[in-house]
Design a binder for this molecule. Structure first.
Ligand code: HEC
Length: 482
């Protein structure tokens, strides 16, 4: 059918040339050319519906809706630019390496269609060609959740300005360990929630997290005063990696946004700092990706009595509002065979010279037992510009596992492997991160500083959160096969 279409276009082009030669009329030529160009209704709307409107719809995170011709038309030029340079749809993994769930990428054909449509003056086309627009529902897409956990307050979002990350304690208080098979995150204000990352918080830390003392301590750290703990005072040596289940996030290791200058003296009553006891990360939400469904027999544990922390990255959009985000959970009926866990690969001894344009920080980790990796979240702060992960297998073979050549702090993607990555014991994983500490980096808050490890965005991290599980030992699987 596509070939037929091409032939038709070729034929139309020949006819068009003939018409121009014959009549000498450019007006006629333009009219004929326009009819061959892609139209919104026939060619472009299906691309937008499949790739853009999950974010570009009224009330969602993107600045404009692309659901209708009228809404899209004024943006045509900008769309052509962002699509051509790969900024939109936002996705940062190099397509040459690995296949990831929910990868947002346009085919070359789709890119060309958009480019041609814009070049032809972004015509609307025939009403009859317009397919039905996708319907976005307020129902749970995962089916009825077994539990819905919600923020305890309507968090106030001002009309303008920058908001540091906020950490909201969301009680779960399950009477027994629960294993999550599905989750769906519902931002309260989709327009404001740029990301939401989930962490666990032990029962003993909940009261502390909500205490004034803790908030004072974190504020002091935000202001660049006394470090929150001795461990943060100096760059730490890289610990030799020991493979252990349930690695905790060491204190002081999760990123925050710096407080905007006008809030530095007094962050106001709405400041919710990162709790000291924040433990294991669980993944999270970024716009357009709110659902997690773990494969059959797999689950992620929320231990008895634990709470969740929502790490909220809010962006303002010109109108004050409030947010009360929530998460719907589905539980496994019985304890799953495979329990997902997270660990972190970090290099906390980084030190980035002022002005460096392409500073490389590396770290490796060797797996001392067979492991299966489900997903990875590369994380640096605003000076981070790229990531690269390469495995060397016991037989000497090497493989690029994930490459993020244009890392963007504003998009904290979790890269979930389409086929979980089976890592044989003895495999070495090399992680590389690059930083631009020069003035040319528009996000750089200070190009004159030597930058070391720290929570705040003016400090840096070399941090990868890895969600993994351990396969059953060989003897067990052999027994199962009998
Ligand atoms: C995952 C959510 C998401 C998806 C999917 C997405 N966008 Fe965007 N888009 C955004 C956000 C958020 C912004 C605002 C700028 C930013 O944060 O990067 C934006 C900005 C833009 C802009 C710039 C608007 C301006 O202010 O000039 C254009 C153009 C655009 N998107 C087009 C598209 C097109 C076309 C698609 C689909 C092919 C798409 N986007 C898919 C979230 C998304």
């Amino acid at each position: 059918m596509r070939l037929g279409m091409k032939r038709y276009i070729a034929f139309a082009a020949v006819a068009l040339v003939a018409a121009v030669v014959w009549s000498g009329s450019t007006v006629q030529a333009e009219q004929a050319g326009a009819s061959a160009a892609p139209t919104f209704n026939k060619d472009v709307a299906p691309i937008f519906f499949a790739n853009c409107t999950s974010c570009h719809r009224p009330g969602d995170i993107a600045p404009m809706s692309l659901l209708t011709y009228k809404e899209s038309r004024p943006w045509a030029k900008s769309i052509a630019g962002k699509v051509a340079d790969g900024t939109m749809p936002p996705w940062h993994a190099d397509p040459k390496h690995g296949t990831f769930v929910g990868a947002r990428r346009l085919s070359d054909a789709d890119k060309q269609t958009i480019a041609k449509w814009v070049a032809a003056g972004a015509p609307e086309g025939k009403a009859a060609d317009l397919p039905a627009a996708p319907v976005y529902t307020d129902e749970w897409n995962i089916g009825t959740p077994d539990a819905v956990l919600s923020m305890q307050e309507d968090y106030p979002i001002p009309a303008t300005g920058e908001i540091p990350y906020q950490y909201l304690v969301v009680p779960a208080n399950f009477a027994e360990d629960r294993y999550i098979t599905d989750w769906e995150i519902r931002p309260g204000d989709r327009q404001a929630v740029h990301h939401l990352l989930l962490y666990l918080l032990a029962p003993k830390d909940v009261a502390e997290a909500q205490s004034k003392r803790q908030q004072q301590m974190m504020l002091q750290r935000m202001l660049g005063g006394a470090p929150a703990s001795a461990a943060n005072a100096a760059p730490r040596p890289v610990p030799p990696f020991e493979f252990a289940c349930c690695t905790q996030i060491p204190a002081g290791e999760e990123g925050g946004r710096p407080l905007p200058p006008d809030q530095r003296k007094d962050p106001g009553p709405n400041y919710r700092p990162r709790p000291q006891g924040m433990a294991q990360g669980m993944g999270g939400f970024s716009p357009g990706g709110s659902i997690r469904h773990f494969p059959e027999g797999m689950g992620m544990r929320i231990p008895k009595g634990y709470s969740l922390i929502f790490q909220m990255h809010y962006t303002t959009y010109g109108k004050a509002s409030t947010d009360r985000s929530k998460i719907g959970l589905k539980f496994a009926k019985t304890t799953p065979k495979t329990i997902l866990n997270t660990m972190a690969l970090i290099n906390a001894s980084l030190s980035i010279p002022p002005g460096a344009t392409n500073h490389l920080v590396e770290n490796t980790m060797t797996f001392n037992r067979d492991t299966v990796i489900y997903s990875m979240i590369p994380h640096t702060h605003v000076r981070g510009i790229g990531w690269h992960y390469e495995a060397t297998y016991p037989d000497g073979r090497t493989e690029v596992i994930l490459s993020v050549p244009k890392y963007d702090f504003n998009w904290q993607h979790e890269y979930v492997f389409e086929q979980p990555w089976k890592v044989p014991a003895g495999t070495k994983l090399l992680a590389k991160a690059w930083y631009d500490n020069s003035a040319a980096n528009k996000s750089n808050p200070d190009a004159t500083k030597q930058v070391t490890w720290g929570d705040q965005t003016w400090e840096e991290m070399m941090y990868t959160s890895i969600t993994f599980y351990l396969p059953p030992p060989p003897s067990t699987s052999a027994q199962q096969q009998q």
